[in-house]
Design a protein around this ligand. Structure first.
Ligand code: NAD
Ligand code: SER
Length: 316
């Protein structure tokens, strides 16, 4: 079995992706890498390497020396954090991608996964059932970096035959690790506050509808896309992917059904403007046609699982 590395493995997606890939490929074949000094306890059964994706030489040396053939590049600044430090967000989100694309172009790596986001869309994009191909004028530095990344992925595929695959993830909801500074994070935070205080003050307005997905679906989609035969992966920029869509008010209502007395209040901040520029819902028919995508989790199932599993100590 060839070796796989996940760069950004200690984050919200990386933690769960590492666990699932280790189950499938064997613990010793899946290396977790991140900027952090130490990885979370649940990843300590396998190899962990402290790696800064911006250290191009170190990354190149490690991947070449260890004969790593598959790379999942997850290290990035997400939408809200990126707006606070746009120069660095652009640097981090772009330079790391070029380091990995170049390694593949030179023949050291055979397959890359790089995630894009619903943030590639902007205020001029049709908001309901947003098509795969449509107007894309993102207004956040995060969205601009993801759109540019998509263009470069497709370019490296067309020009150099680099096998790079990508999904435009919606907001992801999970309980194993905390989210890392996105606009959709409210839909995770709400469960911790529901458990701890039975109330939540939301940084988005009541009727802000956004596309979301339960993490298990996102991990399965990622692996299904990576395992699909190359000829089925017809889009080499990034695939639209849909799970469910809801507003904070709708999510609160579902929580209240299972946890009577739960209340929500609203204090929209700078993230409202970001959310207002993103789609309400996504048309993912190309992912369904090309590699058989089908979501499993709707809002009700996701709410039940989250309320049963969030550990309020994680937030402390
Ligand atoms: P996260 O912030 O939870 O995790 C990112 C990880 O990258 C962190 O562990 C961080 O320590 C690490 N990292 C940061 N800088 C690094 C560096 N220089 N070198 C190595 N590691 C570094 O993010 P996430 O939610 O897991 O997202 C992962 C990817 O998926 C990102 O590209 C993000 O844009 C994309 N994405 C996430 C969501 C979501 O809802 N979580 C939605 C759409 C797209
Ligand atoms: N969840 C991400 C964010 O809010 C979307 O890419 O930044």
């Amino acid at each position: 079995m060839s070796k796989t590395i996940i760069i950004g493995a200690c984050g919200q997606i990386g933690t769960e992706l590492t666990l699932e890939l280790r189950k499938r490929k064997g613990v010793d074949n899946v290396i977790a890498a991140d900027l952090k000094e130490e990885c979370p306890d649940i990843l300590k059964d396998g190899i962990y390497v402290k790696m800064d994706i911006l250290n191009r030489e170190m990354v190149r040396e490690y991947i070449i020396d260890h004969q790593i053939k598959e790379v999942y590049l997850l290290a990035a600044l997400l939408s809200a954090t990126a707006e606070k430090n746009p120069d660095f967000a652009w640097k981090l989100n772009m330079e790391g991608l070029f380091t990995i694309l170049d390694l593949a172009k030179e023949g050291h790596i055979t397959k890359i996964f790089w995630p894009s986001s619903i943030a590639v869309f902007g205020p001029t994009t049709p908001r309901d059932n947003t098509p795969q191909y449509t107007v894309m004028e993102p207004t956040t530095v995060y969205g601009i970096s993801k759109q540019a990344g998509e263009r470069w992925c497709e370019y490296y595929f067309n020009k150099f035959g680099v096998d790079v695959r990508s999904i435009r993830y919606p907001g992801l909801i999970s309980y194993t690790s905390l989210p890392g500074g996105g606009t959709t994070d409210y839909a995770v935070d709400i469960f911790y506050k529901a458990k701890a205080e039975n109330s939540f003050n939301c940084f988005l307005s009541a009727d802000t509808e956004l596309p979301m997905m339960y993490m298990e679906d996102a991990i399965r989609a990622t692996i299904e896309l990576m395992e699909a035969p190359s000829q089925k992966v017809k889009i080499r920029s990034s695939y639209n992917l849909s799970g469910c869509s809801f507003t904070p008010a709708q999510l609160a209502k579902e929580i209240e059904t299972l946890q009577p007395g739960f209340t929500i209040s609203y204090s929209p901040d700078f993230r409202q403007q970001i959310a207002d520029s993103w789609p309400n819902s996504i048309d993912d028919s190309r992912a369904r046609e090309d590699w058989g995508w089908q979501e499993k989790y709707g809002v009700k199932e996701m709410v039940k699982i989250m309320l049963e599993n969030v550990n309020v100590n994680l937030m402390a």
